[in-house]
Design a protein around this ligand. Structure first.
Ligand code: CDP
Length: 227
């Protein structure tokens, strides 16, 4: 039997990667790995351990590994755990979001997570999303997608996710500034910056609703990887 494919979805903050990747994985019967959640978990663990951000650049890959971030498979789903404890909402606090791109720019932090990410995709049958999944982590992935959307639309979606369906102008402005700053750090960093992978299929989701964007990716996978 041929190996099931690996599908990568990369793109800037708030482009809908994680929710789309999860729905695509469900439609195809594949696992879903949200690599951003691993970077967030490492950030959360550092903040919990009260290690000041100024010290993070001095930590080794082994120091980061000791924080014990894992992706554990349960009932066909990958759950992120820190020191044996499942973490979900803890990963999306304003404090973690504010610090995560700084952490993600550190080569030793990235090195500590790469083996974990690759082992999850070793047998194929994976949909994974992040910034460098198609360029660095899975350069041989069968299907690569680069998701983009207008900055303001991405900020609006983020506020809607947080339960604010008619965001005030100042909230929107703040969200735009926060996303723009994270995109800047993710694009300008020296190690594994956010880039469109060679051969990636670019999908602009600004005018698409959620079901349409999921369908586009699922159709693409079916077209490119015959059963
Ligand atoms: O969901 P959102 O797009 O806001 O971000 P995320 O996917 O949860 O990722 C959080 C942060 O982790 C990003 O802003 C990047 O700094 C970092 N990240 C990364 O460097 N490489 C990845 N493969 C995934 C995330």
């Amino acid at each position: 039997m041929s190996r099931k494919p690996v599908v990568t979805l990369d793109g800037p903050a708030g482009s809908g990667k994680s929710t789309t990747a999860k729905a695509v994985a469900d439609a195809l019967g594949f696992l879903h790995l949200d690599s951003g959640a691993l970077y967030r978990a490492l950030t959360f663990a550092l903040l919990e351990a009260d290690i000041p951000a100024e010290r993070w650049p001095t930590l080794t890959a082994d120091d980061f590994r000791e924080l014990d971030v894992r992706a554990v498979q349960k009932d066909g789903t990958l759950l992120v755990e820190v020191a044996g404890r499942p973490v979900t909402h803890e990963l999306r606090t304003a404090e973690v979001t504010e610090h995560v791109s700084r952490l993600a720019g550190l080569p030793e932090a990235r090195r500590s997570l790469i083996g974990l990410q690759r082992s999850v995709g070793a047998d194929g049958g994976l949909v994974t999303d992040g910034r460098d999944m198609g360029t660095v982590v899975f350069p041989d992935a069968e299907v690569k997608v680069f998701l983009v959307a207008d900055l303001e639309e991405r900020a609006r979606r983020r506020l809607a996710e947080a339960g604010d369906s008619s965001p005030y102008r100042h909230d929107l402005r703040e969200q735009v500034a926060s996303i723009r700053e994270r995109d800047r750090q993710d694009t300008e960093r020296a190690h594994s910056p956010l880039r469109e992978a060679k051969g990636a299929h670019r999908i602009d989701t600004t005018e698409l609703d959620f079901d349409e964007q999921v369908r586009e990716v699922v159709d693409l996978v079916r077209r490119l990887t015959p059963p």
